[in-house]
Design a protein around this ligand. Structure first.
Ligand SMILES: [Zn+2]
Length: 454
């Protein structure tokens, strides 16, 4: 048996349906001709127009965040607290200008970028868009001061350096190269000068009113003597934010001075010397630890030293043969004509070991007594010098000569012309510097020769 369904309404149901139908019609009529609910949008207090749904704004926020993320290479977040919605009932909607909203939301101060900030002693210095770049920055700052071929035991920062993740505004973000330049020089600006013909570091310093020292600091790898035309000279005086402390191991070679030993010989006259064998310098290697701050040496410490080659002694022959007694009379004649301009003794706080006799250049200089020439040649302040040994440990010196006419080993007679007056060595004006020595100790020559003091 089947069941039969009946579709039939009773009167009460009919009335209810009628009421519902009328209500719907009334509501439709109301919506059609009067106000509706919207949201008035303001960003940072600036009115942007109206939307029917907040989602319309959130969609723009999403796309702005995506665009900023792409542009800056890091997560970008629009600060939604700056967006205010207020409900309003309007008859006609004033739509937002999407472009204006995008522009407003994209402003640096209205969004945040995820960044990695480098701090030095707690102060924020630069911000980069990735942790890798921040790490690379620290490596490159250190690398800036390292020299190829050096052996580093330690490379560190003097200051406390940290990398923190932090939200920043886009205008605080650094490009990588700028960040490196900023930390190394204290500025991102690049001021350079291209070297022109005839210029030197000195003229460039003058031109830009920079001290030569600062210019040299700004260009540590520039050799002032090898300046090339077209070479770029930095005009930025670096004020680095960081101090890179390096400790390197260095090995330097050093000469070891040889000693001199003496051998006596009858083959040479008393007072005469002759090198029998040249000395040879030894070599030692010194291991040092050099500590630098931003490339400048602050300390050097010797760690170890090894002798690579021992020095070889110089052997000098000392003459013992007596000066022929027929030569040295014991009495001295004046060695030259001229004016006594300086006496023996203390002069301007220094010891004057002889007397000075001035005359014209080329005035003959005579041996004060017979003897053997034991030195003939250049000797420091004496300039061209002749030393004559007269026996009995007596010697005479003739300094500042213009020309020497005798050689070492020559036997000379009393009064023989041995040299000509000049002003070689440390001399003011043409004069003969004459010394008399006994046992190598300078004596007052005026006890032996006769000159009148003017
Ligand atoms: Zn003198």
């Amino acid at each position: 048996m089947g069941r039969k369904l009946k579709y039939k309404y009773n009167p009460l149901q009919m009335i209810s349906l009628l009421i519902i139908g009328l209500s719907i019609a009334a509501m439709m009529a109301l919506l059609a001709d009067s106000t509706r609910s919207v949201f008035t949008v303001s960003i940072n207090g600036k009115s942007m127009g109206q939307v029917q749904s907040k989602n319309e704004i959130y969609k723009i926020v999403d796309s702005v965040e995506k665009d900023l993320s792409r542009k800056y290479g890091t997560e970008a977040t629009v600060n939604e607290e700056m967006i205010l919605f207020s409900k309003a009932k309007v008859t006609e909607i004033a739509p937002i200008n999407e472009e204006a909203v995008v522009q407003e939301l994209s402003k640096s101060e209205n969004s945040y970028l995820k960044s990695w900030v480098m701090t030095v002693n707690g102060d924020k210095i630069v911000a980069l868009n990735s942790e890798e770049k921040a790490g690379q920055l620290l490596k490159d700052i250190k690398k800036h001061y390292l020299k190829e071929g050096s052996r580093y035991l330690d490379v560190s920062f003097k200051e406390a350096v940290e990398i923190h993740e932090k939200n920043i505004h886009a205008n605080e973000l650094f490009d990588y190269d700028d960040a490196l330049r900023y930390v190394l020089t204290g500025t991102t600006e690049m001021k350079e000068h291209q070297v022109k013909k005839g210029e030197s570091l000195w003229t460039i310093a003058e031109k830009y009113k920079i001290s030569l020292e600062d210019l040299e600091t700004a260009n540590p790898d520039t050799d002032p003597d090898k300046l090339q035309i077209g070479e770029k000279i930095s005009l930025v005086i670096p004020k680095p934010y960081l101090t890179v402390v390096t400790t390197e191991k260095a090995v330097v070679s050093e000469k070891i001075m040889f000693k001199t030993t003496y051998e006596k010989t009858e083959a040479l006259y008393e007072g005469e010397e002759q090198i029998k064998k040249d000395g040879i310098f030894g070599v030692k290697e010194i291991e040092t630890q050099v500590k630098r701050e931003n490339g400048e040496i602050v300390s050097t410490e010797n760690i170890d030293s090894t002798i690579i080659k021992e020095p070889l002694n110089q052997i000098v022959l000392l003459g013992t043969k007596a000066i022929p007694s027929s030569l040295g009379t014991g009495a001295l004649d004046n060695p030259s004509r001229g004016t006594l301009t300086s006496v023996f003794g203390r002069r301007w706080g220094r010891m004057h070991s002889g007397i000075d006799i001035a005359n014209k250049e080329g005035t003959p200089i005579m041996a004060a007594d017979g003897g053997v020439v034991t030195f003939s040649g250049w000797k420091g302040n004496y300039g061209l010098l002749v030393i004559i040994s007269h026996g009995n440990n007596r010697t005479t010196y003739y300094g500042h000569c213009n020309e020497i006419l005798v050689s070492k080993g020559d036997v000379v007679e009393k009064g023989q012309v041995i040299a000509k007056m000049g002003n070689t060595g440390n001399a003011t004006g043409v004069h003969l510097h004459f010394e008399v020595r006994v046992d190598d100790v300078p004596q007052d020559p005026l006890k032996y020769v006769e000159y009148t003091i003017n």
